[in-house]
Write a protein that binds this ligand. Structure first.
Ligand SMILES: NC(=O)c1ccc[n+]([C@@H]2O[C@H](COP(=O)([O-])OP(=O)(O)OC[C@H]3O[C@@H](n4cnc5c(N)ncnc54)[C@H](OP(=O)(O)O)[C@@H]3O)[C@@H](O)[C@H]2O)c1
Length: 252
């Protein structure tokens, strides 16, 4: 069965990917949408098509690996598109963020992300597409989001390395790097008006545009996709300036 897998599909960017993948890939038999909130997933699926299959799973839980493998086996899955999107951040100085929140960010954004990608690869054939959701936070270390920006630097480094490994199989790995989007991410991260000058002033990015345009970038076998000229310029500047200088201006 030809399928797509989208994690973090119950809101924000993931929800936009559900619609974008459904519209772009008419040859898929099913699109598995994964998140913890089942009611949200059911609602999203209802509004689009029977091809959208809600899968309520916590991808950080101990039984995730077995349950995900069983599901893919049962479906005799051939994953054509993987959108590895679930993730969260927290705003604040490292010491002011709880031990649990710092740990959970790494668990979801790095560990679960990697485990899921490893399992999914067993069910992929040549020419499949992997889209990893990274962030502009991966371009330089961000004070007041030290752990979050480090997890996204991991996603970027991992994506580039895996892309190289998978070239012989013609499986492209794309790292998508959105700027700030008005999604639940902000409330989960405790970002509200007045808590961060950076978030108050940075231009917003549309999750719908990111989803649609990144699918095009993936089809063109690109390595990185960044939306908006402003953030493309930031990516360039962060690359050429000395790290000690960039980090001074990139706090959250
Ligand atoms: N919004 C931004 O400003 C921004 C900027 C750059 C990058 N990003 C990245 O974009 C991605 C999507 O974020 P978003 O903005 O769309 O935020 P969001 O609306 O909060 O979406 C996060 C998604 O992840 C799911 N999720 C969280 N923990 C999970 C778990 N343990 N198991 C399974 N699913 C889980 C959530 O669903 P449930 O709660 O139902 O499980 C939700 O569907 C993230 O990787 C984020 O780091 C966001």
């Amino acid at each position: 069965m030809n399928i797509a897998v989208i994690t973090g599909a119950s809101s924000g960017l993931g929800k936009e990917y559900v619609k974008a993948v459904y519209n772009k890939y008419s040859n898929l038999d099913e699109i598995l949408i994964i998140a913890r909130r089942e009611d949200r997933l059911i609602e999203i699926a209802k509004g689009i098509s029977e091809k959208i299959v809600p899968v309520s799973m916590d991808i950080t839980s101990n039984d995730f690996t077995q349950n995900f493998e069983n599901l893919l086996k049962e479906k005799n899955a051939n994953i054509r598109v993987l959108i590895n999107n679930a993730g969260f951040g927290k705003l604040g100085n490292f010491y002011d963020i709880s031990v649990a929140d710092n740990r959970d960010m790494i668990t979801l954004n790095c560990t679960a992300f990697t485990v899921l990608e490893r399992i999914a690869l067993e069910y992929m054939n040549d020419n499949a597409k992997i889209i990893n959701i990274c962030s502009i936070a991966s371009f330089a270390p961000n004070s007041r989001m030290a752990v979050y920006s480090s997890t996204k630097a991991y996603v970027m480094s991992f994506s580039r390395a895996l892309r190289e490994e998978l070239k012989p199989r013609k499986i492209n790995v794309l790292a998508v790097c959105p700027g700030p989007m008005d999604t639940e991410f902000l409330s989960v991260a405790n970002i509200k008006k007045g808590t961060s000058k950076t978030f108050d002033t940075l231009p917003r990015v549309s999750p719908k545009t990111v989803a649609e345009k990144s699918l095009v970038a993936s089809e063109k076998n690109r390595a990185v996709y960044t939306n908006r000229l402003f953030y493309k310029f930031y990516r360039f500047v962060a690359k050429i300036l000395p790290a000690n200088l960039v980090v001074r201006f990139c706090g959250a």
